[in-house]
Design a protein around this ligand. Structure first.
Ligand code: PRX
Length: 632
């Protein structure tokens, strides 16, 4: 048996042989000519010349052996619905959806924006796009009109697919009005909008633009649409994520590299086999949903469970009952979800029969040791923390138990995964940190392995400038995360080094929130920082200076303005971006050149020393910040 050390070494030292072997995990219509082209670094093309299709690998490939086996299980505890689709059913539904999309004028290479709740039609839509070579861009359903508008503006989709409404905690959240509002804000609009009417909210349709999925489905029932064979480097999708600026970045991914990377991760990291059931509790609007609700499990021939609802409704035992009912073997969730569950700790929480479950994978934010130990003790199953990013598409740090089992260390997402040449560098000198237990920035030597970000859509320059730097002639990719490595080579992640925050495992850009708050007429300046929170990992707090101080002098005025500001964020960006607190302060700490010292604000809020503030223009400002954070 190969040791993981040897497996990893081969992936770094003999990447062509290594990845050519992994490539045999998927189907190729035409074999590739070259494993990798790194002729124009840091851009990388994987499996050059090969023809394949993501949807073929996720569905069609399995029809011969498992057409009748379950592919998709949908459970909505919001509407009380449960549906099961075999690979054969999924094949039919995806072809119908593909025929509808084609009939609405979408061609290969066109973008299709998907703004949908967690319903099967969202999965059909993604797979249908992949089938016909259209590039999907799923926008998280929790985002509101401005966030949606900026993404529509950037993606310039030919078609938008949406629904009448989503549902959260029993409350109907109409999507269509938000979409209509977003479409008013953009300069170029798609000719067509396809609406899946769930019968949850009244949905006025606009003539000539809006089309009904339900009626078109009748028309195209039984349609056959062949897979388009795509060159491996053809984009499969874009997915927006936050960075340091207010403009979201469209992370673009390829077709062949991504299929191979997912197939390999399902085998080596998630240890999944055909016929088993995978349950990922994320949302299709995030990268975890793309890779491990939709594509990864299906590529592996597994059934995937799509869940619409909260982890605590009707009660906190719901997920575990689903594990029992559907014989879930592999579960993937987030530390916040587990912390929420821990709050409801009681004997009945894990009453279900969990014998089918092998492991629980957790990612998206740091897994604190008490939470890790608690869930490990409660489930008596291995808990596998894994670290990655929207950009990587699959785990950068984890344990490859499918290659050789390794012990988990609480607090650590584990070891570098095959293909990722991970190192730590000093943020000041750029020198590599070779000693154990010293903090540095986590970087990855180029080229990145298959499945990772190809570029930022339509902006190669931004891609290179944002992520890459040249160190002694070699390109290195920055994760923007602080990390340390212990004597055994296990890494620990210590948080972001940029202005990205992580609220309940959701990645948010503070700049986008700041820009929205600046839109309030009485706001002069604003700094949004992420501060530690025992439940959500981090929450956003807004520090604001106002133009007219008299308006916030009395507590009544201050609370009205706070309310207005929060409402503004909720309406424009969505409730997910709402700061947990809004604090009015006399001034914000800045450097002499006018740069906001967000880190100093964060440190003060968290009760730490503000660190290196020698460049601060007026140190007395910090005292007022410290006073403002004392709860009133
Ligand atoms: O800061 C790291 C944190 O989440 C960021 C990436 O978020 P996103 O693009 O939404 O992708 C999530 C994919 C799982 C990272 O830069 N992060 C992610 N996983 C972990 C983590 N921090 C600590 N431990 C993790 N396991």
């Amino acid at each position: 048996m190969t040791t993981y050390t040897e497996f990893y070494r081969r992936s770094i030292d003999e990447p062509d042989d290594f990845w050519a072997e992994q490539a045999s995990l998927i189907d190729w219509e035409k074999p590739f000519e070259r494993v990798r082209d790194y002729g124009s670094p840091p851009f990388t093309r994987w499996f050059v010349g090969g023809l394949t299709n993501l949807c073929h690998n996720a569905i069609d490939r399995h029809l011969a052996n498992r057409a009748d086996q379950t592919a998709l299980i949908w459970v909505s505890t919001e509407t009380g619905q449960e549906e099961t689709y075999s690979f054969g059913d999924l094949h039919a539904e995806v072809q119908t959806m593909a025929a509808i999309i084609l009939s609405l004028g979408v061609k290969r290479g066109d973008r299709v924006l998907i703004y949908m709740p967690m319903i099967p039609q969202a999965v059909f839509a993604m797979l249908a796009c992949a089938r016909i070579g259209a590039v999907h861009s799923v926008v998280f359903g929790g985002f509101a009109s401005s966030s949606l508008a900026s993404r529509i503006e950037d993606a310039r989709p030919t078609l938008i697919i949406s629904a009448d409404a989503g549902c959260r905690a029993g409350k109907v959240i109409p999507y269509k009005p938000l979409l209509d509002e977003a479409l008013e804000l953009v300069s170029t609009r798609p000719a067509k909008v396809l609406i899946v009417d769930r019968g949850l909210a009244p949905t006025p349709m606009r003539a000539h633009r809006d089309e009904s999925y339900i009626s078109l489905r009748q028309e195209f029932l039984g349609a056959t649409v062949a897979c388009e064979w795509l060159e491996s480097s053809s984009p499969s999708y874009t997915l927006y994520t936050s960075g340091t600026t207010g403009n979201p970045k469209a992370v673009q991914r390829d077709t062949g590299g991504y299929s191979v990377a997912l197939a390999a991760s399902m085998k080596h990291i998630f240890c999944g086999s055909p016929g088993e059931t995978f349950f990922t509790t994320s949302d299709i609007g995030w990268v975890v949903g793309h890779s491990y609700i939709v594509y990864g499990p299906l590529i592996a021939g597994m059934a995937t469970l799509l869940y619409e609802g909260l982890p605590t409704r009707p009660d906190p035992g719901i997920w575990w009952r689903l594990v029992e009912k559907y014989k879930v073997t592999t579960m993937f969730s987030s530390p916040t979800a587990i912390r929420v569950m821990k709050q409801h700790e009681n004997e009945s929480l894990f009453e279900a029969d969990l014998s089918s479950l092998r492991s629980l994978y957790l990612a998206g934010e740091p897994l604190d040791v008490p939470t890790g130990k608690w869930i490990n003790g409660a489930l008596r199953k291995p808990i596998i923390d894994n670290y990655w990013q929207t950009e990587s598409g699959w785990p950068i740090l984890a344990l490859a138990n499918g290659v050789e089992s390794a012990d988990s260390k609480f607090g650590s997402p584990g070891l570098p995964m095959y293909g990722f040449s991970v190192r730590l560098i000093d943020d000041q000198t750029g020198e590599e940190i070779t000693v154990a237990n010293r903090k540095g920035i986590l970087i990855i030597d180029g080229p990145l392995p298959p499945g990772c970000i190809q570029t930022i859509a339509n902006d190669d320059e931004r891609f290179v400038k944002t992520y890459w730097s040249k160190v002694r002639g070699r390109y290195v990719y920055s994760t923007f995360d602080w990390g340390v490595r212990d004597e055994d080579g296990y890494y620990f992640i210590l948080g972001r080094a940029d202005d990205v925050i992580n609220v309940a495992g959701h990645r948010l850009g503070t700049r986008e929130i700041e820009e929205t708050i600046s839109g309030h007429p009485n706001v002069a300046e604003v700094a949004v920082v992420g501060v530690a929170d025992p439940l959500k990992g981090q929450v956003a707090v807004a520090f604001i200076t106002v133009k007219d101080r008299s308006a916030v002098a009395a507590s009544e005025g201050a609370s009205t303005q706070k309310h207005e500001i929060l409402k503004l964020v909720e309406l424009r960006l969505g409730a997910i971006a709402r700061p947990a607190r809004v604090l009015f302060v006399p001034a914000l700490p800045k450097t002499r050149s006018g740069k906001l010292l967000r880190r100093a604000i964060q440190a003060i809020y968290e009760g730490r020393e503000p660190g290196n503030i020698t460049t601060i223009e007026d140190p007395s400002v910090l005292g007022a910040i410290a006073e403002s954070v004392i709860p009133t």
